[in-house]
Write a protein of this length. Structure first.
Length: 395
């Protein structure tokens, strides 16, 4: 009970009263996500180019558990994390399972953990199986997260997790989640990525899978807010209740909050899924970068940056006061410091406009009435600067 209560509290960190503006460090991290970096690593992870882990150039031909490329990939992934300055650990499970975990300790709450994760094993169990989309795309996104977050400090601990034996029944993540629950560890959020780079019809749609388990819905709402606030602007569909076919479900099983980011597997599945033809040639790099940005932004928001770039400081002289928040009825908004040309808008959790105002805000502020239960984002924009406040309306 203690664990779950703590998790629910951390799920509302973005709505804390002092967060009245965009966090520059999160924007900085999203802007730093580099498509060439993603491609460079996937070329090696999927066997298009060789890796060298100390024994000469070797191709990772398959990461299936039955193939030697699985262990080779694990070595190379550890090497990449070490090259970024981390001290990755190997978590052994079962007969030969190896989860790879790199931990960035939180500055204020090291006991609270935010995971950004993917699985590095693949299908099918043949000698050549690149697994570029499933889940090489997610693995390289985790590595990119480790790269762009390396010089940032966070209130909560960030865990960069690469799971093994997902294709055998999510064995690696199940082992880790069960151990965490057994030790009463505090998990603030899990952001899992599994197949995030195929967009056959070019509509840009991705899916977030969530369920009402612990703070999973709040994590999903945070992802939607990141998408609106920090500019990815991706078309998103939410599956609730979400599917249980990836490693996020291992954490749901233990009562922890988690979401899955995945391409539109429902209506636009990769035709090369689980075949030896799951290669980079069929992936959309821009689409892949966008989902990577969303995952990193969501994990960063849940971890709460405290590092460089004036993190947490307002980027505008505008100050918002919202009360009560959360609210079960009327919401009162006071705006101080806005110029006559300021624009004020309210969007829902999907980014759809709910209300818009322009010009001076009335001296008595604004009163929001009749809002359906949910999460909203209030934004005051003037020139290139803006202030933002999250509003939660209760049933």
């Amino acid at each position: 009970m203690v664990r779950r209560a703590a998790v629910l509290i951390t799920g509302f960190l973005l709505g804390h009263a002092v967060v009245h503006a965009q966090r520059p460090a999160i924007q900085q991290m999203l802007d730093a996500v580099d498509a060439d970096s993603l491609v460079w690593r996937l070329e090696r992870l999927s066997g298009e180019l060789p890796v060298n882990v100390g024994e000469g150039d070797t191709l990772i031909l398959s990461r299936h558990k039955s193939q030697p490329g699985n262990a080779l990939a694990a070595q190379w992934l550890r090497q990449e994390l070490q090259r970024m300055g981390y001290a990755p650990a190997v978590e052994h499970f079962g007969g030969a399972g190896e989860n790879i975990l790199a931990v960035k300790a939180g500055a204020l709450h090291p006991e609270r953990k935010v995971y950004i994760s993917a699985h590095y094993d693949c299908m099918p169990g043949v000698a050549v199986a690149p697994g570029a989309d499933d889940d090489g795309s997610g693995v390289c996104a985790v590595l990119e997260a480790a790269r762009v977050m390396a010089d940032m400090d966070f209130e909560n601990t960030v865990v960069f997790a690469l799971w093994d034996e997902e294709e055998q029944g999510m064995l690696g993540s199940a082992y880790h989640a069960a151990a965490a629950a057994g030790n009463d560890e505090l998990v603030a959020a899990v952001v899992q990525m599994d197949a995030i780079a195929y967009d056959g019809n070019g509509d840009g749609l991705l899916r977030i899978h969530a369920r009402p388990v612990a703070n999973s819905i709040a994590i999903k709402d945070s992802a939607l807010m990141v998408n609106t606030t920090y500019g990815p602007g991706l078309p998103i569909a939410v599956n609730n209740p979400g599917a249980t076919y990836s490693d996020h479900a291992s954490f749901w099983s233990e009562g922890y909050g988690a979401i899955l980011l995945v391409e539109d597997f429902d209506n636009d599945p990769n035709p090369h899924y689980h075949t030896p033809n799951d290669r980079m040639a069929y992936l959309d790099t821009g689409y892949w970068r966008g989902i990577t940005q969303l995952a990193i932004g969501t994990a960063a928001a849940m971890a709460v940056p405290t590092g460089p770039a004036g993190v947490g400081q307002a980027v505008s002289r505008v100050e918002l006061k919202v009360f009560p928040n959360p609210a079960a009825g009327e919401v009162h908004v006071q705006v101080a410091g806005a110029s006559p040309g300021a624009q004020c808008s309210l969007v829902d959790a999907t980014g759809r406009p709910v209300r818009n105002w322009s010009g001076p805000v009335p001296a008595g502020g604004l009163v929001l009435k009749g809002l359906p239960p949910g999460t909203y984002l209030l934004r005051v924009q003037e020139a290139a600067m803006h202030a933002v406040q999250r509003i939660v309306v209760l049933p």
